[in-house]
Structure formats: C-alpha cells, structure tokens
Write a protein that binds this ligand. Sequence first.
Ligand SMILES: NC(=O)c1ccc[n+]([C@@H]2O[C@H](COP(=O)([O-])OP(=O)(O)OC[C@H]3O[C@@H](n4cnc5c(N)ncnc54)[C@H](O)[C@@H]3O)[C@@H](O)[C@H]2O)c1
Ligand SMILES: [Zn+2]
Length: 672
Amino acid sequence: MARRLSREEAKRRIEELRREIAYHDYRYYVLDSPVISDAEYDRLMLELMALEEAFPEFITPNSPTQRVGGAPREGFPTVRHLVPMLSLANAFEPGDLRDFDRRVKEALPGEKVEYVVEPKIDGLAVSLLYRNGEFVQGATRGDGEVGEDVTPNLRTIRSIPLRFLKDAPPLVEVRGEAFMPKEAFVKLNERREEEGEPPFANPRNAAAGSIRQLDPRVTAGRKLDFFAYGIGYYEGISFSTHWEVLDWLAEQGFRVNEHRRLFSSIDEVIDYVLSWQNRRFDLPYVIDGMVVKVNSLEQQARLGATMKSPRWAVAFKFPPEEAVTKLRRIEISVGRTGVLTPVAVFDPVQIAGTTVSRATLHNEDLIREKDIRVGDYIVVHKAGDVIPEVVRSLPERRTGEEQIFRMPDHCPVCGAKTIREKGEVAVRCPNISCPARLKESIFHFASRNAMDIRGLGKVLVEQLVDRGLVKSVADIYFLRREDLLRLERMGPKSTANLLREIEESKGRELHRLIFGLGIRHVGERAAKLLAEHFGSIDRLARATEEELTAIPEIGPKIAASVRAFFAEPRNLEVIERLREAGVRLETGEEMQKEGPLKGKVFVLTGALKSFTREEAKALIERLGGRVASSVSRRTDYVVVGENPGSKYDRARELGIKMLNEEEFKRLLGLES
Ligand SMILES: NC(=O)c1ccc[n+]([C@@H]2O[C@H](COP(=O)([O-])OP(=O)(O)OC[C@H]3O[C@@H](n4cnc5c(N)ncnc54)[C@H](O)[C@@H]3O)[C@@H](O)[C@H]2O)c1
Ligand SMILES: [Zn+2]
C-alpha cells in the first residue's frame, strides 16, 4: 500500500499517523487509559513504519518509530537508567522469526547461536537497583533513558525481594515485569465499575496505573506481582549466558517464569512459540506474546542495539483474539448501588478459549462514543483475556434496520424514575428498596469477604426478596424455619444449615459488617481502616467528615459517602435491627476495653426482685455487656427471674448458661 501513495500523499499520511500515535501514546503511557486496542495501535505503527521505509527521507528523530515511548509524568522524581531500557522489535508471524534468525546469523557468521524463549508478560517494565544486595531504588522504564522513581510503590510487591537471598554484589540492576494477575484485574475492574470509576483497559494499564500512584498504600492494595527477566547494569558478578542470569535471579529470590526454554534452532523456537498461542489462556496472568533472546551475552554485546530495541531479541506477538458477531439486544442490569449497566447480548463466539455471548457496555456515553447500535455487527474481544468487551461496531455493514440505544428513564425492575448525577456517567435507580438493588445488596452482605453466609446464594436471595420475606439485610436474622421450608429447594436439612450459618455470622468481625453494608466507595480495605479506627458502628455512625478524612487513605469521596449512609434513617433502622438480632457491632479490642463483661450478651426473662428490667440493663451495659431481646447462639447468659417465658425453653434447647438472680448479682459484682 505504501508504494501506491504519491510522495505528497505519503507525507500527509505520515504526519497524520504521527499525530494519531502521539495521542494514543499519551492516553496509554501518561494517562494509563488507552482508547484503542493494542492490536489497532500496532496496525497504525506498522503502517507508519512501512511508509517510513518506503520514504526514508521523511524519517525524523521525533517520529514515534524512533523512540521507546512513555514520557515520565509529573509528580514523581525522575531516575536516569544506568543502561537504557529499550523496547523490543516485534514479530507477528513465523516468517518474522526466521528473518530475525537470519539477521542474527549474518551478524555472527559461522557461529552457533542458542535462543532463550520466555513468555512476554503483559505488564510494566521496571528496573530495580540493588546495592550490596539491598533493594534501594525502583523505577519505571519511562522513555527508556529516564524513568520515574516509584521505589515505595514497588516495595509493596511481595515477590520483589528486599534483599538478595545469597549474594551481595556492589551494584545490580534487576529488570523485569510488574504485572497484575487476571483475577486481581477482574476484581479491580468490578470494584471500579461499582464505584463509578472507569475500568482499566487491560492488566498492563492496571499495573501501570497501580504503580504510578502517589500514595503507595493504594499500590499495596492492588495485588501486583513481578517476574524478573534480566539484568541491566552490574558489578562484582559475571555471567556468560542469559540462561545463567535467569538462574541466578531465581537463586536470589526472584520469581522467574517457569515456562522459559533454551533452544538451538529457530525451528524449535517457532514450534514452542506457537504452542503457546492457545495454551496461554490457561495462565493466571496475561501474556501477549513470547520473547526470543540470543542466549550468549557476548554475542548479545556484538549484536548491539538500534535506537529503539536490541538486535539480539524479538517479541513474537500473538494475533489479537477478536471476533465479529451480531449484536442482538442490549439488556439492563441493576447493581447494588442502583447503577444501571447496559449489557450487550450477541450471537455466541469463541474468544480466548471460551464461548461468549454477553459483554458489559459500561455506560450510555461509551455506547454513543463507539456508535454501537442494536443489530450492528460488532468486534468483540476480552480485556485481559478475561472480560468480554465490545471493541467497536462495523458501520459499513449496516442495513438501516439498526436501532440507536437509549438508556431507559425508568428502572426496568421497580419502575422508579432514574437519575444521572452531574459529572457522573452512571444512570441510577434511586429507590433504595428496589428489588434489584436489594437482591444485590443482600448477596453482597452474605458474600465471602463480608458476612460469609454460604447457604445464601443468588437463587435463594431471589426468592426471599420476591416473596417479601427480606426487605433489608437485617431481615436475614429474623428468618424463621417455617418461612424457609416453604421455599423451593429448601428441605429441613438445608434450612437447619442455613439458620446455623446465619447465626454464626452474627459474630463476624466489624470490618466485614461494614464492608457488607455496601456503603458506596467503601471496599474491603476502607472497611478495615474504618473498623480499626472507630471500633464500633455507633462511633462510625457519629463520625464527622473531618474525623473520617483524618484517617490516611480515607478521602473526601469515601467520607461523604459514609456520612450520607448514616444520615439515611432507613439505614439507621437496619443497624438497630442488626443490634436487636445480636449481630456484633464492635471490634474485639473495643469489647475488651469496655469492661469485665467484655461484650457478653444477656437475655432477661421473667421478673427480677431486686431491680427493674431497665436497671438490670443499665448495670450490664456499664460493665461492657449488652442485652438482647431474643435468645440466640450468640447469647452468653440468660438471666431467669420469676415466671420465665418461652426464652427459657429456647435457652435450654441451645444449652446456654442460665443464671438465677443470686448468680446474676454475683456476676455483676454486687453482694447478695
Ligand atoms: N492501545 C494503545 O493506545 C497503545 C498505545 C501505546 C502503546 N501500546 C502498546 O504498547 C506496545 C509498545 O510497548 P513497548 O514499547 O513496551 O513494547 P512491547 O510491549 O511490544 O515489548 C517490550 C516490553 O516487553 C516487556 N516484556 C515482557 N516480558 C518480557 C521478557 N520476558 N523479556 C523482555 N521484555 C519483556 C517489557 O516491559 C518490555 O519493555 C505496543 O505494541 C502497543 O501494543 C498501545
Ligand atoms: Zn429500581
């Protein structure tokens, strides 16, 4: 194609491509938020390279083909790399690998060449400086010459050793890839979506965005990992091959990829590389290709490098996993916070190892931006090889029958008028008792990292809400055996199990409860901080925005959301009902602090001679205990007065310790 353009046309197209690429570089490297896929970006780059090859007179040092990419962002100190961190030349088909092999052999006539093949991890290249075996500085690649000093952030990655296990050479620069495993990527994007933040396009941007955080505590919460794949500058050690370097790194405590292999011919290299084309989807992290490197370091040195990449290595990139299919309809799902999410439903296609037929479209703006219409042919891929996404529509295949999508102005589940707050992309159902929201919140409340009530799955929650048995999370604790037995698939055994699990969940740690309440923007980490800091729900409920933001890591957004949650009378009612049920509303330390009765739960039944109910309650509370209205497994003591009621029988059934008035007084430290 390059050949057919006139000089003038080529010049114009080159300019255009450079401008476009510069914009995408900015989105990708500076904002960590690309708007096109890597495959599309690579196509632009290839076109530019082809044109520059055909018209070399237009090559300038400022062409994006001439540099590594990635400008350091403001906010971090910069670091000059001891040895430039280069990019890698790309190969897209076996023929490109053969060309690479030919170039290498031409530069090393008559020599035997071995190749090391390693997975190309889709993450962020970083350089780690070790002085006398101690980690002293970590930097991003940046533009290859100068990167950003992100030492405190990299220190949070557990697989980066802070000290070498065996040796302590004066100075070594370890290089490798910081990355986010698929599972962490999916979780992070789910959370961002819930909180109304834009999801990351792929694990590489997620890793970059996580490492380039001014607050390293945010990085710490992001579950990053690291593979070492080489060394830059080094003193006081010596190696003759890349393979030795990898072994040495593994001995010092680094994670080195276990799928590295050593080969002596390019045919073996090609076989191995291609064998990963489909197998790669089973890995817990994303690889976007395989890197082939000349093994001998001495040969590497003689081969040298171009401005952009070494001549002794090449990255084979796997073809993008994309498929074209037809968009049948757009469904709306309503989440826990009321956000309406449009979901694309399309004819099933195979992508990255599985069949997919649905993909989130995130929000209305995105649908407009991408001009996606119902009935369109669309290109679908999987972000991070796991999250199905619509890349773009194919307007050239339209028939005129396609429908422009409009977000409903009423909640499809409860019919409430939807709202879209200023500056937000999300449309919400504002009705806090919307069944869709309620189901999601209950499901969240019962989830593993919240109150962990295993028997309370999606199907059961559906029924509980649809039958009006549960109108808030607190109602879970008032479910009766008879009610549960009437539900589908609930026998006596599963009912008993569920009731036991519900009972057990009453004693869960405070941070799980706070997380489980589903306060907007309060994830697991924030919930832990809030629990630790305030010690009890009551104190958290009374906290002012200033008190909240005084906690490091709790920003104004979280603070405002916590305030709004506890300002809502319906939410306070839920808390009261939880208290009534005997759900623990304090941290362990708090219970210890409060008195000798250390959060013990009392139930009073029958009339006492020495004091009224109110007096007894006050005495118990002064000593750190608590009075509940009904007997449960969480009850520690039942105080039995005259004419005890049904609570007496229930307590006997459960084998709870019972106290008569004398024993009770003794426990309170009162003389009898
Ligand atoms: N979508 C967009 O808008 C956009 C914009 C800019 C760049 N990009 C993407 O970024 C790519 C360019 O980035 P690049 O310059 O980092 O090149 P690259 O990703 O093609 O390859 C070089 C990088 O591979 C990594 N790597 C992983 N495993 C490795 C191993 N075992 N040994 C050595 N290196 C290993 C290192 O980080 C190294 O810097 C483009 O191909 C494009 O896909 C996309
Ligand atoms: Zn609704």
